[in-house]
Design a protein around this ligand. Structure first.
Ligand code: PLP
Length: 387
């Protein structure tokens, strides 16, 4: 059976070049990067090299990166790390985040807000699913310590005006974190340019063709984060634990590939595939629309609703025909509740339940798009006819 993978916001496969870069570090050069001897030095050099690669992708310096086990850990380290590093003055610490964040940020913020000295404000998006600068301005308080707003949403692909939001947070004396897990490798990120006011930024390897269980947190020079994991002095005392050398090498290789790809025609090709799929589905299927349409979106993502179709039934039927996509985010699959992101957009329950996320990658082909468009249209029509 033909298999078409359209769930790249959940995870992406390793690129062969990434696997090839990692391979020596499992057996031949297996050292602990903290060891003094030759093997250790070799591993350390590989980690340093990968750090430079990730720094080039993000426009920061290598010392500003902390390697982690992925997006979830990076987000936890950003939020808990900033709050735990604050001196206790007896004053309450105010945090601002948004209702459309990934649970890694939302749940961290909520866990922090259970502390007696932390207050939390959760901003809602506008109808286009964007976090508006005016909403942030209105929520800032003299004791706001940290603002966390994601760069690209994992479900709709909508891109928030993070450069502007970070400037506003700074003007009020607050630090700014962004979860860029769904943006890294898909759109240019320049921490020395547009994002110069961003203090902390999370990325995850497996969303950009590096291995699962790898990631990094950018921490701007001079910003203090208390470690979440306690132990050795790894990662300049910000993240204890023996480095995952092959994984980090994979992340570095994927970062190099992404940087070259971003400067090529590649992103336009992915956008053209996404737009063609969207247009074909909108033309072929009545009572269909895009959630987040009209807002700037990542090139690979569409969140589309087919009225009077149950998204879960559609996913199952499509899976039987070899097409993989998702309803809500991967961590919520199996849940019967509609996603918190779609609910935050103000979507009524029937429309949220009828929405699916289709996410492409640079590996998606023209033939994949043809097969997906035809099969999705036929399956929606069939499900409607029997409902
Ligand atoms: N943040 C966003 C926006 C995500 O989409 C994800 C994963 O889906 C994460 C964080 C968590 O990343 P990881 O799977 O690497 O823990």
């Amino acid at each position: 059976m033909r298999r078409v993978y359209l769930d790249s916001n959940a995870t992406t496969p390793l690129l062969p070049e990434v696997l090839a870069a990692m391979q020596p570090y499992f057996i031949d050069t297996f050292g602990n990067a903290s060891s003094m001897h030759h093997s250790g030095q070799h591993a350390r050099a590989a980690v340093d090299h990968a750090r430079e690669s990730v720094a080039r992708l993000l426009g920061c310096t290598a010392n500003e990166l902390v390697f982690t086990s992925g997006g979830t850990e990076s987000d936890n380290l950003a939020l808990f790390g900033v709050i735990d590093a604050l001196p206790s003055t007896g004053e309450k610490h105010h945090i601002i985040t948004t209702a459309i964040e990934h649970n890694a940020v939302l749940q961290s913020a909520q866990a922090l807000s259970a502390r007696p000295d932390v207050e939390l404000t959760t901003l809602r998006p506008n109808a286009q699913s964007l976090i508006e600068p005016s909403a942030l301005e209105a929520a800032l308080r003299p004791n706001t310590r940290l603002v966390s707003v994601m760069l690209a949403n994992n479900e709709t692909g909508v891109i928030n005006p993070v450069g502007k939001l970070a400037r506003i947070a700074h003007a009020a004396g607050a630090l700014f974190h962004t979860d860029a897990v769904q943006a890294a490798g898909k759109l240019p990120i320049n921490l020395a340019g547009e994002f110069t006011n961003v203090d902390l930024l999370s990325i995850s390897g497996h969303k950009m063709h590096a291995p699962q269980g790898t990631g990094a947190l950018f921490v701007r020079k001079g910003i203090r984060v208390a470690p979440v994991l306690h132990g050795g002095t790894h990662e300049r005392q910000r993240r204890a634990g023996t480095e995952n050398v092959p994984g980090i090498v994979g992340l570095g290789a994927a970062a190099d590939i992404a940087r070259t790809w971003l400067a090529s025609e590649g992103p336009q090709q992915v956008a053209a595939h996404r737009d063609r799929l969207e247009q074909t589905l909108l033309n072929k299927i009545p009572n269909t629309g895009i959630n987040g349409a009209g807002a700037p979106r990542t090139i690979n993502t569409t969140n589309i609703y087919f009225n009077n179709v149950d998204a879960e039934a559609l996913l199952i039927a499509l899976d039987l025909k070899g097409i993989a996509l998702s309803a809500g985010s991967a961590c919520q699959s199996g849940a019967t509740e509609p996603s918190h992101v779609l609910t935050a957009l103000g979507l009524e329950w029937p429309r949220a339940r009828a929405s699916v996320r289709i996410s492409l990658s640079k590996l998606t082909t023209d033939e994949d798009i043809d097969y997906a468009a035809e099969t999705i249209a036929a399956t929606v029509e069939h499900l409607r006819s029997i409902s």
